[in-house]
Design a protein around this ligand. Structure first.
Ligand code: FES
Ligand code: FES
Length: 159
């Protein structure tokens, strides 16, 4: 199959990558760009484990063709840490036990990060509503919601 050269900006760095038209963005990020933080859970757009930001909007990278992301800016979980320090959302997930097996965690972190940019002080209902596209089969969600609330407080304090 004919390959095409695409340009992606991932976590602020430009990458020129050759892709086949059928390649998923998830696979290009993991195996060509080398950022394996983005996980594959279902591969069918249902679980949110593969969530990344594309031009600041949340998408499931298992459903997106890499070729369609040409010239786009992508943020993965690796791009959320700041100057080598964990982002408050990442710290809060660790400190509040918002993870167990961890397969869903990068997707939740990216979604929570996007949510808090859009709604800095979300209610519990807003947190649950906005994270409904991310599924977790381990935690029961209570600790995840606590982590997002704590991150919101921390960001409020630092902002
Ligand atoms: S792996 Fe993409 S939504 Fe589940
Ligand atoms: S921590 Fe295991 S699926 Fe969420």
């Amino acid at each position: 199959m004919t390959k095409r050269l695409i340009r992606l900006t991932v976590n602020g760095k430009p990458y020129d990558v050759e892709v086949e038209p059928r390649e998923r963005l998830l696979d290009v990020l993991r195996y060509k760009v080398g950022l394996t933080g983005t996980k594959e859970g279902c591969g069918t757009g249902d679980c949110g484990a593969c969530t990344v930001l594309l031009n600041d909007k949340r998408i499931t990278s298992c459903l997106m063709l890499a070729i369609s992301a040409h010239d786009c800016e992508i943020t993965t979980v690796e791009g959320i840490a700041q100057d080598g320090h964990l982002h408050p959302v990442q710290k809060a997930f660790m400190e509040h036990g918002g993870l167990q097996c961890g397969i869903c965690t990068p997707g939740f972190i990216v979604s929570a990060y996007a949510l808090l940019k859009e709604i800095p002080h979300p209610t519990e209902e807003e947190i649950r509503f906005n994270l409904a596209g991310n599924l977790c089969r381990c935690t029961g969600y209570v600790k995840i919601v606590e982590a997002v609330k704590a991150a919101a407080q921390e960001l409020q304090g630092s902002g």
